[in-house]
Every structure is written in C-alpha cells, then in structure tokens.
Design a protein around this ligand. Structure first.
Ligand code: AMP
Ligand code: TRP
Length: 343
C-alpha cells in the first residue's frame, strides 16, 4: 500500500505567527509518520502583493528553517521552495486557461485582499488560487492540511481538477472509461487552532498583514515580547474564561490558545479557567506560550547558524519535488494536446 500523499505550504511573508503554526504547520508534523509529505515555501504566492526584493530570499530561508524547527524532518518529508520547481508556474498557466474568471472573482480572500490593495490589485492576486491549485495537483495530493481560511481555495482546486481537467481531458481506457488525470484532493482542517484570532480583535483572524504587530505573536518573538503582547491583548469586563459565547470572542480565542499551547486540551482548560479573572489568566497564557515556543526557537537558532545544511535540504527537496511535478505536468500537457518536445 502506498501512503496517502500530503502537500501544504506557507508564504514567506515575514515571521510566521501562532495562526500559521497551530492552523497549519503543527498538523504537518504528525502526518509525517503515516503519509508521504511534501511541504513547500510558496514564494511565488508572496509576490501577489507588493513585496521587497531585498527580503524575499531571506524570508524564504527563515520560513524553511521554521518548518524544520517546528518538527518537519527532511528525512521523512520533501521540503522545497515553490519557485525553484518551474512546473508550478507552468501548470498554473494551463489551469488558468480552463478556469472561469467568475470562479476567481468570488474568492473571499481575493475580495478581502483586493480592498486593502485599492487600485493596485495585480492579476496575480486574482490568480493566486489557481497557482495554489497547481501546487496541490502537481503532487497528486490526497490531503491538504490548512487553516479554515483556505477551505474555499481547496474547493476551487477540487473543481478545477474534476470539472475542468478530468471531465474534459482525461484519456479513456480500453473500455472507454476516463482515467483521471489529476487526483482530487481533500482539505484536512483540524478543529483546535483552525482559526486563531487577532490579539487585538477577537473577530478578525491573526494575520501577517495586520499593520499592528501587537495583534499577533510570531514564532520568533522573544519571551518578554510575548508577555507584553499578551498583557496588552484585548479583554472584556466579564470574570471567568469561557468558550463559545458570541459576545466574548476574545475569551474564546485566548482560552483556545491556552488549551492548545498548554497541551491540556479544551475541556481541562475551560474547567481550570472558568472562574479566573483576566489578571490571573494572562500570565498563565504568556507562560504557556513562551514554553511552547522555546524548543522551536532553540532549534531555529541552531539551523540558522548552519546555512549550508539548510540549502542542502532545499536542494534535495527541489530534486525530489521536481521529479514528481514534471511527470504530472507532462501528463497534463499530453492530454491537452501539446506537441511533445523532442528528447
Ligand atoms: P498564510 O499566512 O496566509 O500563508 O497561511 C499559511 C497557513 O497558515 C494556511 O494553512 C493558513 O490556513 C494558516 N493560517 C494563517 N492564518 C491563520 C490563523 N489566524 N488561524 C489559523 N490558521 C491560519
Ligand atoms: N494559500 C495558502 C495560504 O495562504 C498557501 C498555499 C499556497 C498553500 N499553495 C498551497 C497551502 C498549497 C496548501 C497547499 O495559506
């Protein structure tokens, strides 16, 4: 039996935050034992909004190092940089030509980001989900572990694979039955930490693009900064922490973080904090956060002290990824009827 395939990625835009970790990367780590895992740094996605060319390469390395620091093991997983495997851009183009424009115009994340960009919205921002579909479909991924916010993009990748490629272009077997060209992926969204909200507003998600740094805790924040950010986090006038009260989004979010970061789970955390005031709760949360991030930060520092090893991991990852991606790409090129290049 071959193991089911997993692919996921995060953009190298600034330091990763607790939402990226709890919503995505943390879930990747466990999958390595039972799945065939591919994790990429999606640098082509990072240029869909204005970016700083002086930082892109460095941020890409930081993100890759954080994957490893969080427990991604290059012996068991293929870790690579998206832009270094050219099949991603190429399949994205082929998929572009079969994807209806109005499928992209309805993407929630596009609408949200487009508002922030004003009249500077690039075609790439609209096309972002098609590139993401290419990332996934190139590897015949069965599962894509992401946070809740990416569900709509996953749905789009499924629709493109099924309705726009397989249904129209799949070759037929001897009985005339279509042989699927692309595997149709499933999202994998774990409940705990699927949506980490901002520290300054419990109704909007923790995000790299929030101009207020106090709204997020990054994986590389030093302990004092973590404590300070939590101390300043928005609260409400009610005593006792609880889940699920729509009037108290901050309580729900911070208690949720405490449940995961302390490792005790939702029920135990809810019991422990049911009567607790904010003044007692916040130092507890700060300590749990600092302790949870300590080993990640230690590993990160030692990885960054040895850039040659990190680059070797990425080179090996690129070679393994390209072998799989190129095979899928040529399958799709053939099915679409392109003249094959002469060997
Ligand atoms: P991004 O930062 O948009 O590149 O997201 C990378 C990964 O982190 C994706 O799988 C997202 O779903 C996940 N993610 C980002 N922000 C959050 C958040 N606030 N809560 C949970 N997951 C998140
Ligand atoms: N769009 C994803 C995000 O912002 C990042 C991403 C790009 C991704 N390609 C992917 C996630 C492929 C999973 C699989 O979170």
């Amino acid at each position: 039996m071959t193991r089911p395939r997993v692919l996921s990625g995060v953009q190298p835009t600034g330091a990763l935050h607790l939402g990226n970790w709890l919503g995505a990367i943390r879930n990747w780590v466990d999958l390595q034992d039972s799945h065939d895992t591919y994790f990429c740094v999606v640098d082509l996605h990072a240029i869909t909004v204005p970016h700083d060319p002086g930082r892109l390469a460095e941020d890409t390395l930081t993100t890759a190092a954080l994957y490893l620091a969080c427990g991604i093991d290059p012996e068991r997983s293929t870790v690579f940089v998206q832009s270094q495997v050219s099949a991603h851009s190429e399949l994205a183009w082929l998929l572009n030509c079969v994807t209806p424009l109005n499928w992209l115009e309805r993407m929630i994340q596009f609408k949200e980001k487009a508002i922030k960009q004003g009249d500077q919205v690039s075609v790439g921002l609209l096309d972002y989900p098609v590139l993401m579909a290419a990332d996934i479909l190139l590897y015949d991924a069965d599962l894509v572990p992401v946070g809740e916010d990416q569900k709509q993009h996953l749905e789009l990748a499924r629709d493109i694979a099924q309705q726009r490629i397989n249904a129209r272009f799949a070759p037929r077997d001897a009985e005339g039955e279509p042989i699927a060209l692309l595997r149709v992926p499933q999202p994998l969204i774990l409940k705990d930490g699927a949506r980490v909200m901002s520290l300054t507003d419990g109704t909007s998600k923790m995000s790299k693009s929030d101009p207020n740094e106090g709204s997020r805790i990054t994986l590389l924040d030093p302990p004092e900064l973590i404590t300070k950010k939590i101390k300043r986090a928005k609260t409400d006038p009610t005593m006792g922490l609880e889940f699920g009260n729509p009037e108290r989004p901050e309580a729900d979010n911070l208690l949720g973080l405490y449940a995961v970061l302390s490792g005790q789970g939702r029920e135990a955390a809810a019991r422990e904090c049911a009567e607790m005031g904010w003044g007692r709760f916040k130092p507890l949360l700060a300590e749990a956060t600092v302790e949870a991030l300590r080993p990640v930060q230690e590993r990160y520092r030692s990885l960054r002290q040895d850039p040659a090893s990190l680059l070797t991991v990425l080179r090996q990852g690129r070679e393994r990824a390209a072998a799989v991606a190129d095979a899928t790409l040529s399958r799709v090129r053939d099915a679409l009827g392109f003249l094959p290049p002469q060997p």
